[in-house]
Design a protein around this ligand. Structure first.
Ligand SMILES: Nc1nc2c(c(=O)[nH]1)N[C@H]1C(S)=C(S)[C@@H](COP(=O)(O)O)O[C@H]1N2
Ligand SMILES: [Mo]
Length: 373
């Protein structure tokens, strides 16, 4: 006998589960692909070369990553609400095949909850854990996708069958004991997903900023740009404001130590580039400073093989390896000014990297050294 939901009146029906499952699968797939891309940009495998145009590409892919993850949260809750009695069905294990299937579901459910929860806490910049978020979030993504593939393969006949007919087939389907119809429950689920998208999309889409009630970054900050890490938190106030500050530009043979005035005397360029954070927020800004390629030329290089930019700060974000496409791009600057003013100390004074189509986390602030290979 094929599985029909004639014997499952009300909401606990494969007809609902399969529909929510498809939406959840699509949002997981989008989240996985965009997340993989973001990881590769920051930790490039040897075969991977990131591009510098269009300048808004990373802004879009990372915005989509965070939004698809946020949309998945109410979808997952709705799916669990509909299927949870099944999770505890007797026998718990049964035949080897059944035991395997149930184990894969246990992994899928727990890994999915872990991914969505840690992702959400990360964009809220709350780290109530001791593991390194990017590495764990990345590894766990493969666990989710693997378990999801098994789940879909096992359930494919049921999914096909369930999607084949209308949500409400008989009059008795149309009302659960709660009074909610299947159609009503589905519409409620889609609305929750849409609301979740709206709540976070404003981080990237200025027009939606006023309704982004859950977004931790609303675009506020000195010089019109939010700050992820202040100069004080980074412990760089002293060296960044020191009159003895020099920017060291190191080529293969030549090294130059430059004062801020030296930098101001070089040709100044003004570009419009967004900061697009891995956390999904992005804000456009106008930057003025010296082309990275011009600095490379001063020491006999051209930036065509990538450049290493090092901050006054010690620690995790002290070093940024700028990909070749960005280091050779005329839009890439060592910026001295932001939105018409001298760069604020919290935005990277005396100078910071700004490059097209690069994650915010790689746009190093308080630059002290540039190494041209
Ligand atoms: N040295 C240093 N540079 C840094 C960071 C940092 O913590 N230290 N944070 C990065 C991150 S995660 C982002 S999103 C951008 C934000 O730039 P802003 O603070 O000027 O808006 O700076 C990047 N540059
Ligand atoms: Mo960031």
């Amino acid at each position: 006998m094929t599985t029909t939901d004639d014997d499952t009146p009300g909401l606990r029906s494969p007809r609902i589960t399969a529909r929510i499952g498809v939406a959840l699968g699509v949002s997981f797939a989008i989240c996985f692909v965009t997340g993989l891309l973001s990881h590769w940009i920051q930790h490039p495998p040897t075969w991977f070369d990131w591009i510098s145009r269009p300048i808004w590409l990373y802004l879009v892919t990372q915005g989509v990553h965070v939004i698809s993850g946020c949309v998945a949260i109410p979808l997952l809750l709705a799916k669990l609400a509909v299927v949870y009695p099944k999770l505890f069905e007797k026998p718990l294990l049964g035949s080897p095949a059944r035991a395997l299937e149930r184990a894969s579901i246990a992994v899928l459910v727990s890994a999915s909850i872990f991914q969505l929860l840690t992702g959400l806490l990360n964009i809220a910049q709350w780290y109530p854990w001791s593991f390194f978020f990017p590495a764990t979030h990345y590894a766990m993504a493969y666990v989710v996708v693997g378990a999801l593939a098994i789940h879909i393969a096992v359930k494919l006949p049921i999914i096909r069958n369930a999607l084949d007919g209308p949500v409400d087939r008989r009059a008795s389907d149309r009302r659960a004991p709660s009074g909610l119809t299947r159609r009503g429950f589905l519409n409620l689920t889609w609305a929750a997903g849409g609301l979740s998208a709206l709540a976070f999309a404003g981080q990237t889409i200025p027009l939606l900023r006023p309704v982004a009630f859950l977004a931790p970054r609303n675009g506020d900050g000195p010089q019109g740009l939010p700050i992820n890490r202040t100069a004080e938190a980074a412990g760089v106030i002293g060296p960044a404001t020191d009159a003895g500050y020099r920017l060291r530009v190191a080529g293969r043979e030549v090294t130059r130590d430059m004062t801020l005035d030296d930098l101001r005397l070089l040709p100044q360029r003004t570009v419009n580039l967004p900061i697009a954070c891995v956390e999904g927020w992005s804000v456009g800004a106008t930057w003025t400073g010296v082309r990275l390629a011009d600095l490379a030329a001063l020491v006999g290089g051209d930036g065509s093989r990538g450049v290493r930019v090092i901050s006054l700060e010690r620690g995790l974000y002290a070093v940024s390896d700028v990909p070749a496409a960005q280091s050779a791009d005329p839009l890439t600057l060592i910026a001295l000014r932001l939105n018409g003013e001298t760069l604020n100390l919290d935005h990277g004074y005396p100078c910071r990297l700004i490059a097209p189509n690069l994650p915010g986390v790689m746009q190093t602030k308080w630059v002290s050294r540039i190494e041209i290979s």
